[in-house]
Ligand binder design. Structure first.
Ligand SMILES: Nc1nc2c(ncn2[C@@H]2O[C@H](COP(=O)(O)OP(=O)(O)OP(=O)(O)O)[C@@H](O)[C@H]2O)c(=O)[nH]1
Ligand SMILES: [Mg+2]
Length: 399
């Protein structure tokens, strides 16, 4: 894979420079232009075919989003619905399923969203966000337009559906227990895979986190590199001007996988299955079949929106699947910690917390005190590398 050529697709430096410019902008129009410039700098040979296809797809999504906005904007005078929903709360969860499985019913049952529930197929045609509260955590559920065969190829509202999945932090795969849930699940997973959204973590994985500005390039390898060395990985990343990021490698990873991660062509989303309509006669038998098929690879929550059964299990299932921890901060000298926790990913350190509070906090950090049940002594004086846990109370002392 990377025996002689370090770059699997052999991109010239101009193309890599252009890619850095693509990454640097969030303005859709400018991004579109930068993508175009990038494409012009990519040589047209077989080795770059896959990449060019992926970039064109990304451009199509942006164009469609811009068109939508223009149409809606001039038509009704409103901003119109967005293809991408801005994130809110601890995690954004895309609610995916074929039509009539009960996505809107679930939203209506666990959030205060005003949605249309109907036996007619394809009622919801654009992503609808709403907040679900669990303990002191807020999850943002986004009902995506129904998935169908061909969604990943852009059929009907496929762009919006797969876009919602790609944009989310996690997925709920919703199936209807009144008829063959295994078929429905396979269809969802098949379309997601076509769109390079994967739910399994069994294979290798490369995460590039560019949010950590100011850390320089850090590569954490807890996996195994196949056919390449750490140095080649670093060279490849730097050739794309990735000089300031945390890169995590786990499982078995090739240099091509690393480059895929640069273009974000494959993304991994934690997922859980919600099996609805448990009230229907054949549901129990279908649930057994689904459980046998899934074989513990994904969690399953069985519910009935109609009878409001099983809904109380959803919050905890999301909490576990999303690997969320809550951390309560306390001002030095204050008696009580804040009741509004910061939510972080399991494994997050004090440095991650400090950063999510304020970028300056890390620079001015002196020490912190942590109160936690799992510690032998509380409070304990700790530094930035301290790994936080759910329920920790933290008092940060800064200059
Ligand atoms: N028996 C039963 N019917 C349900 C349940 N949940 C939803 N339904 C019915 O299933 C139909 C579809 O529900 P919706 O919530 O509109 O489904 P959806 O997935 O949002 O459908 P689209 O937006 O059209 O793709 C409606 O007639 C609901 O009343 C349930 O738990 N049990
Ligand atoms: Mg709906």
């Amino acid at each position: 894979m990377c025996s002689e050529a370090v770059m699997p697709t052999n991109l010239p430096p101009e193309a890599k420079d252009k890619w850095a410019e693509v990454e640097a902008t969030n303005d859709p129009k400018l991004k579109l232009q930068k993508y175009q410039e990038f494409l012009s700098a990519v040589p047209q040979h077989k080795g770059t075919l896959k990449l060019r296809g992926q970039i064109k797809k990304k451009m199509a999504v942006i164009r469609r989003d811009l068109d939508d906005k223009k149409r809606k904007g001039t038509g009704k005078g409103s901003g119109g619905p967005k293809l991408f929903i801005e994130k809110e709360g601890a995690a954004q969860i895309a609610l995916l399923g074929m039509t009539n499985v009960g996505k809107s019913s679930l939203l209506a049952a666990v959030t205060n969203a005003k949605v249309e529930v109907s036996p007619n197929p394809y009622t919801s045609r654009e992503p609808v966000p709403s907040i679900m509260n669990y303990l002191d955590i807020r999850f943002q559920l986004v009902e995506a337009p129904a998935m169908m065969e061909g969604s990943a190829d852009g059929k009907a509202w496929g762009m919006a559906t797969l876009g919602s999945a790609r944009n989310a932090d996690g997925l709920i795969l919703m199936v209807d227990l009144s008829h063959n849930p295994v078929h429905q699940l396979n269809l969802l997973l098949g379309e997601l895979e076509k769109a390079r959204v994967l739910v399994s973590r069994s294979k290798g994985r490369v995460d590039i986190d560019r949010k950590h500005a100011g850390v320089s390039l850090r590569i954490i390898n807890v996996g195994r590199l196949i056919g390449c060395t750490m140095r080649q990985v670093e060279e490849l990343l730097r050739s794309y001007r990735i000089n300031d990021a945390i890169v995590k490698i786990s499982g078995e990873v090739t240099l091509e996988d690393v480059e895929d991660a640069v273009f974000e062509s494959t993304v991994y989303k934690p997922a859980l299955i919600v099996a609805n309509k448990l009230d229907i006669k054949s549901a129990e038998a279908n649930l057994r079949r689904l459980e046998v098929h899934v074989a513990g690879k994904l969690p399953i929550v069985a519910i009935s929106c109609e009878q409001k059964r099983g809904l109380e299990l959803l919050g905890d299932a999301l909490f576990r699947t999303m690997e969320i921890i809550r951390v309560y901060t306390k001002e030095p000298g204050a008696r009580q910690p804040s009741t509004n926790p910061f939510t972080l990913k399991r494994g997050a350190t004090l440095q991650d917390l400090a950063k999510s509070i304020h970028g300056e906090f890390v620079k001015n950090f002196v020490f912190a005190r942590v109160w936690a049940r799992r510690l032998q002594f509380s409070p304990q004086k700790v530094g930035l590398t301290f790994v936080l846990g759910d329920g920790d109370v933290v008092e940060i002392h800064a200059k």
